[in-house]
Write a protein of this length. Structure first.
Length: 340
């Protein structure tokens, strides 16, 4: 069995569910979490399990579409806690996949930096459904040998000079946003009906220049490292860090047109069986020391610690719920299939 980074993290956590588990921990049970890479580092899991008596079972998603599908399959009953990005959280709320939070059970919310406490992207009808835990960007990873200076524009991905040496993430929402940014649309998160055909054509043009699409951090970095790829519309800073750790001389750029900024939230699954455990993990994670560690290990900006955070926030277009996710998925499926 090929073990990916996601698999290895899951196996590492599962190993902690061995006969060596204390009876007290076994009695408290497991917290089943659906996360993105970088949110359940083994050092944190070990520390949390030792302190709390709970066990952690972490599963990882490769896209928001996959995340939603996994949650819908069991109405959220397969998970207790989910890390949801701000652009998707309204879909989770509308489809009743996550529950409102009891802020009385989250004293660690006081550790969240004031600017992030004010963020309202996870609040609907005056009720909070998510606590921001991390932020970052979907930038451009580039090979420094090919580009001694960082590319200034996303347009380089469309340059036929690099045909079949470019890869892009397979995500409907993020690609529609990228196409809208490239077209200079005023609001990439609110594409108008008469603008969708233009966005579709822009992405179709890019498809012809790509080697392939990828799903998840592991697949992206593997494709980059094994196929002479020089440009990648990445899933974030972690992609560049992972390639650098493999020995590749890559850089990470936020082009002049700007890039998508994302913010992830800790949420409570509507089907949670271990509610207390979910709140225990949230309170543990929302510590400044964990936020600082996350930035150091994975390059994400933290909502509890500003130390070492990226300095390009002014050039980010912070993701918002899209105008019509089903329309975006339809358009993206047509782009992927080559349909007219």
């Amino acid at each position: 069995m090929k073990i990916s980074r996601r698999t290895s993290l899951t196996l590492g956590t599962a190993a902690l569910l061995s006969p060596f588990i204390s009876s007290a921990r076994a009695e408290k049970g497991a917290i089943r979490m659906l996360l993105w890479d970088g949110y359940a580092d083994k050092s944190w899991v070990d520390d949390f399990q030792q302190q709390s008596g709970y066990t952690v079972q972490a599963s990882y998603a490769t896209s928001a579409d996959e995340q939603i599908a996994k949650m819908k399959a069991s109405s959220g009953k397969d998970y207790d806690l989910v890390a949801v990005d701000s652009a998707s959280i309204k879909t989770f709320v509308d489809q009743k996949l996550i529950s409102l939070l009891d802020m009385n059970k989250l004293p660690s919310f006081n550790n969240v930096l004031p600017d992030f406490q004010k963020v309202q992207t996870a609040t609907f009808g005056g009720v909070r459904y998510g606590i921001p835990l991390a932020w970052g960007s979907l930038g451009l990873v580039y090979d420094k040998k090919t580009f001694p200076e960082a590319p200034k524009s996303w347009a380089v991905m469309w340059d036929p000079k690099y045909k079949k040496r470019v890869i892009s993430q397979d995500d409907a929402n993020n690609n529609i946003n990228l196409g809208a940014i490239m077209l200079g649309l005023s609001d990439p998160f609110n594409v108008k009906p008469d603008e969708f055909p233009k966005v579709k054509q822009k992405l179709a043009d890019l498809r012809g220049n790509l080697l392939t699409y990828f799903a998840g951090f592991d697949e992206g970095t593997t494709l980059f490292s094994e196929n002479n790829v020089v440009l990648m519309f990445s899933m974030g800073e972690l992609s560049a860090i992972a390639l650098q750790k493999k020995g590749f001389d890559v850089g990470y750029a936020i082009p002049d047109e700007g890039a998508l900024g994302w913010m992830d939230n800790l949420t409570l699954s509507a089907g949670a069986a271990n509610v207390d455990g979910a709140y225990a993990w949230m309170n543990y994670f929302l510590q400044a020391k964990i936020g600082k560690s996350m930035t150091e290990k994975f390059g994400y900006g933290s909502t509890t610690s500003a130390e070492g955070a990226p300095d390009y926030t002014a050039r980010l277009k912070w993701a918002k719920p899209p105008e019509d996710l089903s329309m975006r998925q339809k358009v993206w499926n047509e782009v992927r299939s080559g349909a007219n």
